[in-house]
Design a protein around this ligand. Structure first.
Ligand code: SF4
Length: 509
């Protein structure tokens, strides 16, 4: 037989799964932060499945991923491959490989494109083969098809209620994460924010588990867009945050996290626990909302349609419809943010990010976050949203390497933009964190300088500000909003500006 005919490439296809088989099985998934994963579990449950997020990935998972799949792959692929492999290996030892293939399936996002993301499932397949678990089934959710239909065998239906439910779970937990990170660095009683967040995630879990069924097609989308169901739950979340007392006069640098999707999203070993580490070093972290990535995916589709206008029949109408859908998506996010007092950071406009990045990075260069990394760094800097950008760049990641190259041009033009590109290999923590610490030291000095300038501008010292805050006890609550003025980035400086504004208004009155 002709060798090439015998060994030609074939894309991974899972064995069929029936409804009876999936009822016996548990759906595994992962790769998000813990809040989103917990609520997505409820979305699956609401659709009649049993689901479990994999445990947070560890350094041990990285080693297993490298050992079982391609050693040269980017570190997020190694982390996620090893994470699945180690879970299944432990289960195989406990119940045997045949039972593992029967009792578990794995669901993950699939893609194609310029980077490894299009080949994750091939790494998983290779690892499973190397472990003798070829019969285990992986299913891919196409990010661009919310209504993909039933997988072969009819057991797993990736339909609109499931996909929209997962997107809404992400939006709700994004805004919750935003509120949490604007609160914890200033909490008076250590640990209180974490306790409240834990309760709120369970509240959201329960709400998504009991989500009413509103049909399989567009009716469900219309209901999610218009209902007050999730907004009411988020209002209850906001009420629970009200017990947290904060001291916003602590001067802290704000560090915006950007970088590759997986590394900026998860919180744990894959990014050296950078969120908690930065907080422990005295910073406020501005986390990366997953919604921004979803908005970017819509923008990529808009860009493709823009090219077809005047060339393909109906392209103009499709473009208008997609732009409308994008506006509705952003409106839904804003509605949820408003339910949390507009305290979480807003979602940057994709077309503004594209415009800002344009001189340095072409928006057609896809793969990873494309031009968004450059756009987000400039947006954050120019609008004074943070004192420093920490870009988490995976070892062996092509798109991030390009973005770091482009950022050399940006920092040349904006030398005052504090930018820390951190290469993440998974096993060089001291090196990465010490590099971050160098820039963080400068960011701390900048936050202090900014605070002193605002003291001079407002004529208020912290000693004078404290009684003014105490006279308005609402200002000591986590639910009180200090607006980002655009004059200063830091919470303490903006608090002084807010007090000075209120004092000025009273004097004028
Ligand atoms: S963006 Fe980079 S790290 Fe992420 S999948 Fe693609 S190549 Fe890997």
């Amino acid at each position: 037989m002709n060798i090439s005919a015998k060994h030609h490439f074939r894309a991974y296809t899972p064995a069929p799964i029936t409804r009876e088989q999936i009822d016996r099985a548990e759906i595994l998934f992962g790769g998000l932060h813990w809040r989103a994963e917990r609520v997505v579990e409820a979305v699956f449950e609401n659709m009649g499945y049993r689901a479990r997020a994999l445990p947070a990935a560890t350094r041990d998972d990285l080693m297993t991923g490298r050992e079982l799949a391609d050693i040269g792959q980017c570190c997020p692929t190694s982390f996620t491959t090893g994470n699945l492999a180690n879970f299944l290996r432990a289960e195989a030892e406990r119940i045997g490989p045949a039972a593992v293939a029967d009792r578990y399936v794995y669901v993950t996002a699939g893609s194609c494109g310029a980077c490894r993301f299009g080949q994750y499932h091939q790494s998983y397949e290779l690892a499973l083969r190397n472990m003798g678990l070829e019969a285990f089934r992986l299913f891919l959710i196409d990010q661009k098809k919310p209504d993909q239909g039933a997988a072969e065998g009819g057991g797993l239906d990736i339909n609109m209620p499931l996909t929209i439910g997962a997107v809404w779970a992400i939006l709700c937990t994004d805004v919750l994460q935003g509120l949490e990170y604007r609160t914890r660095p200033y909490e008076v009683q250590a640990g209180q924010t974490d306790a409240v967040v834990g309760d709120c995630v369970e509240l959201l879990h329960e709400a998504f588990r009991k989500r009413p069924y509103r049909g399989k097609k567009w009716g469900t989308l219309a209901w999610h867009m218009s209902t007050g169901y999730f907004i009411n739950v988020l209002r209850e979340v906001f009420r629970r945050f009200d017990v947290i007392e904060v001291d916003r006069l602590r001067v802290k640098p704000i560090v915006k996290i950007t970088g590759e999707f997986y590394l900026q999203t998860v919180e744990g070993d894959p990014n050296y626990n950078i969120h908690r580490w930065l907080e422990s070093e005295g910073a406020e972290v501005y986390p990366a909302a997953i919604a921004v990535w979803l908005d970017y995916l819509i923008r990529c589709e808009v860009q493709k349609l823009e090219d077809k206008v005047g060339v393909e029949k109906g392209a103009r109408a499709k473009l208008a419809a997609l732009r409308g859908a994008q506006r509705l998506f952003r409106w839904s996010f804003d509605r949820m943010r408003a339910a949390l007092g507009d305290i979480p950071f807003e979602m940057p406009d994709q077309y503004e990010l594209r415009r800002l990045a344009a001189p340095y990075f072409h928006h057609r260069l896809s793969g990873g976050e494309g031009d968004m990394l450059v756009g987000k760094a400039l947006w954050t800097h120019k609008k004074k949203k943070a004192h420093m950008i920490c870009e988490l760049s995976p070892y062996a990641c092509m798109p991030n390497t390009m973005s770091i190259g482009a950022m050399a041009g940006v920092t040349g033009k904006y030398p005052d933009l504090l930018y820390a590109p951190i290469e993440i290999k998974g096993d060089a923590e001291v090196h990465a964190l010490s590099r971050c610490q160098m820039i963080l030291t400068e960011a701390k000095k900048r936050a202090i300088r900014e605070f002193v300038e605002v003291m001079e501008r407002t004529g208020l010292t912290p000693e004078e500000a404290k009684p003014l805050i105490d006279a308005h006890p609402r200002m000591n609550r986590a639910t009180y909003r200090i607006p980002q003025t655009g004059i200063a980035a830091g919470m303490a400086a903006n608090t002084l500006l807010q007090l000075a504004g209120a004092r000025g208004t009273r004097k004028a009155a």
